[in-house]
Design a protein around this ligand. Sequence first.
Ligand SMILES: Cc1ncc(COP(=O)(O)O)c(C=O)c1O
Length: 390
Amino acid sequence: MRYAPVTERLAELGSAKWAVHYRARELEREGREVILLTIGEPDVNAPEALLDVAQRAMRAGRTGYADGRGEADLLDALAERYSARLGRPMGHGHFIAFPGTQTALYAVLMAMAEDGCEVLVGDPMYATYEGVIRACGAAPVAVPLRPEHGFRMQAQDVARAITPATRVLFLNTPHNPTGAVLRRAEIAALLDLARAHDLWVISDEVYEDLVYGPEPFVSPFALDAERVVVTNSLSKSHAAAGFRTGWCAGPEAFCARLLPLAETMLFGNQPFIADMTAAALRAPDLVAEGLRRRLRRRLDLVHGRLDGHAGLRVHRAEAGMFALIDVSGAGRGDGTWFAESLVEATGVAVMPGASFGKVLTDWVRVALTVDDAVLETACARIADHAAGAG
Ligand SMILES: Cc1ncc(COP(=O)(O)O)c(C=O)c1O
């Protein structure tokens, strides 16, 4: 049988990056006590109030086909939220509902890029970005996100990477895995480049509501209404990843072009989930406020226990669910060595930074989504391991 090339382009991505996570699961099955700090999911369930909305809607018969763009009330709720946040009027035509950011990213890239195009994306990056870029046939081109700039993308690094084949600048603010929040002036400089080179800009804003540092979140879409397309969802802000509910927000002309593709993929989303999403958007802090507080506290905990200990350095994230630790100062090996040996020696599973890009070769990523007491235990084991004692 013959397969389409996309199956080969995507075949080698993925599983190798998660080797430490799978190893931890294996150790768990063998009866070892394991602390999983590899995956970041909100540490609470989706709020009862939203479950009630979804359940009531299901029982009220909201189980048929939905409108291909999204249910009218959901589009109203999105328009209300974005009009308020961006300070300009938005209507239904600026949005399309998707089952999560991931699907939105896939569809948005399909509408922007193709074989022979280049997509500029930060290194490090969220684990699935390479896949969504390669799926449409384009090539990812890494723009280094430098620790000395707080891992925030700088226009001069982007300028160096632009070629005649560049079609898209792929931003993620707040950023996974670094927790960096792009500043307004940095975004303005990036948008100047995008305009000068006629690039689309994608802004993945899935951590928008999880900013706990001093700098406010600024959406690139607030600064440019013509070429920026936002993707977002309830997965993080409302602890609702399993509902698979998200959207894209962008220029009306772009959304009009994308709509037939979205309809071809999805034939609409589930109306009862649309109702729950609309309710969530109108009460946005049901989960995020508490989550922000706990994440901030746990980042402080990891910082207090590990920064400066045995040569470790903990990066001060400004948002999101992760702490990054530079292990090079411990002098025992790079981040991959550290993560692989840590899980074997202590049962603590963290992600090697290299899973997210070259820039993080010497780093590991620690999820801040476990109880404080568990995180304390994990920190003690990480500290011992760095010191050669664990
Ligand atoms: C940066 C980033 N984008 C997108 C996603 C996927 O989000 P969703 O559940 O909305 O598909 C994640 C999930 O971890 C993420 O970290």
